[in-house]
Design a protein around this ligand. Structure first.
Ligand code: UD1
Ligand code: UDP
Length: 363
């Protein structure tokens, strides 16, 4: 039987692939759903499969915490074996993680076409492993699903060989599909200690693996002129514990640390907060969804989401304490009027992508 293989490995991939899995089901395209094993904790992985009502993966691996090279190599090994065994007609990957590049390389070796969802993003910051992964994946993909025209331009400038389609980002589909469910089901607000708050996340390697930046972030959240709700990524928690900062941060009255949250709880917090302070990629996009519409302070030196900045939702504020604090204060005192339209589409990206797949591969 001819199949499409959908591969996920981390929290954002599961969220952004959920609308694709649904659209493939609706189109009756046979699907092999694979978890390549990059994220493995329940609250970084399985809880999303359950909450987003995705099927149990047909194949699931565990890769654990290795170095980037070892992690990528291990996933290539699993995926090569699996692709040989299952011979799908197309492999779909999403984003810029190690699992994405590993899967794309395994498929390339076996001459199985790769469709890259969220193709063409560029931060032009080679300190980021994600920038390596997305650039390399784009150059071995047969179909490139660029979320925006800026992403399309990046791909054209690099003369990628695959076919480019501008589709919007499936994360907007995910927000629209899940926020109404979240508002009914989530009880997270009962556990939040503050009436008004900023929502913060931080996990990028170039930030939290750098002790100076990590300390800057923690001091910023502790001194912010608004309380900070902080669902903490396991990478960051490990770094704080290794550097003996975690216990001190937990005592700060201005910060409420939470474990990594499920999608429904996180959506409710995005909807309720005054602003988002983050180095996440996906959150910069979600904040632009018409049903969320929140200002985002990007605590990084660059962003591969310039559309969020150009449309007025996001501001890249760097990683220094005084600059981030100044931006928080300004956002509180002078709230910006935010657009009613997202630069990442209207929530029908997955439908568009699956229609293209149907036509291109004659399903
Ligand atoms: C990865 C992606 C990043 C993405 C993020 C989503 C790469 C290079 N990075 O970063 O682009 O934004 O996922 O959250 O692919 N850990 C756990 N439990 C887990 C997963 C991770 O404890 O379930 C800890 C381990 O200490 C691990 C560390 O987090 O070593 C880093 O995990 P890894 O998957 O390598 O990178 P992320 O920082 O999660
Ligand atoms: N998210 C979540 N719970 C959390 C933090 C984030 O569900 O505690 C969701 C968020 O809504 C977004 C995605 O996870 O859809 C972003 O993941 P992350 O920031 O880890 O990765 P990135 O987008 O930077 O690759």
């Amino acid at each position: 039987m001819e199949t499409v293989m959908v591969v996920v490995g981390t929290r954002p991939e599961i969220i952004k692939m959920a609308p694709i899995v649904r659209a493939l089901h609706e189109s009756k395209i046979p699907l092999i759903f694979v978890h390549c094993g990059q994220h493995y904790d329940y609250n970084m992985s399985q809880q999303f499969i359950e909450q987003l009502e995705l099927p149990t993966p047909d194949y699931a691996y565990k890769v654990k915490a290795y170095s980037q090279g070892t992690q990528t190599a291990r996933i290539i090994t699993h995926m090569e074996r699996l692709l040989k065994k299952t011979s799908p007609k197309l492999v779909l990957v999403e984003g810029d993680t190690n699992g994405v590049l590993a899967t794309a390389l395994a498929a390339l070796e076996l001459q199985i076409p790769v469709g890259h969802i969220e193709a063409g993003l560029r931060s032009f910051d080679l300190r980021m492993p994600e920038e390596h992964n997305r650039r390399l994946t784009d150059h071995v993909s047969t179909y490139l699903f660029a979320p925006t025209e800026i992403a399309e331009k990046n791909l054209k400038r690099e003369n990628v060989w695959g076919k480019i389609y501008v589709t919007g980002n499936t994360v907007i589909d995910a927000v629209i599909q899940h926020l109404p469910i979240a508002e009914k089901k989530s009880k997270i607000l009962e556990y939040i200690n503050f009436e008004t708050f900023a929502l913060a996340t931080a996990h990028r390697a170039e930030n939290v693996d750098d002790l100076i930046v990590l300390e800057n972030f923690m001091e910023t959240f502790a001194e912010a002129p608004i309380p900070v709700i902080y669902p903490m990524h396991p990478r960051t928690k490990k770094r704080l514990q290794q550097n003996r900062i975690y216990t001190k941060i937990k005592k700060s009255k201005n910060i409420q640390i939470l474990p990594p949250l499920g999608y429904l709880d996180f959506l409710v917090l995005m909807k309720k907060c005054e602003m988002i302070v983050t180095d996440s990629g996906g959150i910069q996009e979600e904040a632009t969804a018409p049903c969320i519409r929140k200002p985002v302070l990007v605590i990084r030196l660059s962003t591969e989401r310039p559309e969020a900045v150009k449309s007025g939702f996001a501001e890249v504020v760097g990683t220094e304490k005084h600059r981030i604090l100044k931006a928080i204060k300004r956002t509180l005192e002078h709230p910006r009027e935010l657009p009613r339209k997202s630069p990442y589409g209207d929530g029908n990206a997955a439908e568009k992508i699956v229609k293209i797949i149907k036509e291109e591969l004659a399903f």
